[in-house]
Design a protein around this ligand. Structure first.
Ligand code: AMP
Length: 170
C-alpha cells in the first residue's frame, strides 16, 4: 500500500516556509492507518522491548496502537502540568524559546528498554529530549520509530547512536 497517498502536504503551516505533513487523511482511512501500524510492528516484533513511550500529541496516535499490537506497556510523555502523580522532567530548547517534557517517576522500571515513537522525525529535537527523559528515569532507549522522516533535516544523525526506523522517507 502506498501510504504517501494519505499524507497531505500543507505549505506554510504553522508558519511561512514550513511544508507541513498532515497525517489526518491517513488517520481517516482505517486500512492505511492499520497498515502503517503493521509496518511499525513488523520492524519491532520479537525485539527486546519493555515499554513504548511517546510525546504528546501526535506521537500518541501511533504509539498507542503499536503498544497494543506488540503487547507492551505505554508510557505517555507530557507537557508540564498534565500528569497527576510525581513527575520527572526534561527541559529543552526549541527554535523559539523552551519546552519541557514530563513523565511519571514510576512509569518505567530501572534498566527498561524503551522504544520511542512519534509521527514525524524532523530536526530530532523533540525525540532527543524524549531520549534524555527516558535516560533520566533509568531506562535505556531501544530505538526510535516514526511514521515518516524528513531526512533532509538530518534528525536521524542528531539521534545517533540511537537507531531510528521510519516507515516513510521524504
Ligand atoms: P522535531 O524538529 O523533530 O523536534 O519535530 C518536532 C515535532 O514537530 C515532531 O514531533 C513532529 O510531529 C512535528 N513536525 C516537525 N516538522 C513537521 C512537518 N514538516 N510536518 C508535520 N509535523 C512536523
Amino acid at each position: 500500500m502506498d501510504l504517501k497517498k494519505f499524507i497531505r502536504d500543507v505549505p506554510d503551516f504553522p508558519k511561512p516556509g514550513i511544508l507541513f505533513k498532515d497525517i489526518t487523511p491517513l488517520l481517516g482511512n482505517p486500512q492505511a492507518f492499520r497498515f502503517s501500524i503493521e509496518q511499525l510492528a513488523r520492524q519491532f516484533r520479537g525485539q527486546s522491548i519493555d515499554a513504548i513511550a511517546a510525546a504528546e500529541a501526535r506521537g500518541f496516535l501511533f504509539a498507542a496502537p503499536l503498544a497494543l499490537e506488540l503487547d507492551k506497556p505505554l508510557v505517555p510523555l507530557r507537557k508540564p502540568g498534565k500528569l497527576p502523580y510525581t513527575t520527572l522532567a526534561f527541559n529543552y530548547d526549541l527554535e523559539y524559546g523552551q519546552a519541557e517534557l514530563q513523565m511519571h517517576v514510576d512509569a518505567i522500571q530501572p534498566g527498561a528498554k524503551v522504544l520511542l515513537v512519534d509521527d514525524v522525525l524532523a530536526t530530532g529535537g523533540t525525540m532527543r529530549a524524549a531520549c534524555r527523559l527516558v535516560g533520566r528515569a533509568g531506562g535505556q532507549v531501544a530505538g526510535c520509530a516514526f511514521l515518516m522522516e524528513l531526512s533532509f533535516l538530518a534528525g536521524r544523525e542528531s539521534l545517533a547512536p540511537v537507531k531510528c526506523f521510519s516507515v516513510l522517507n521524504y
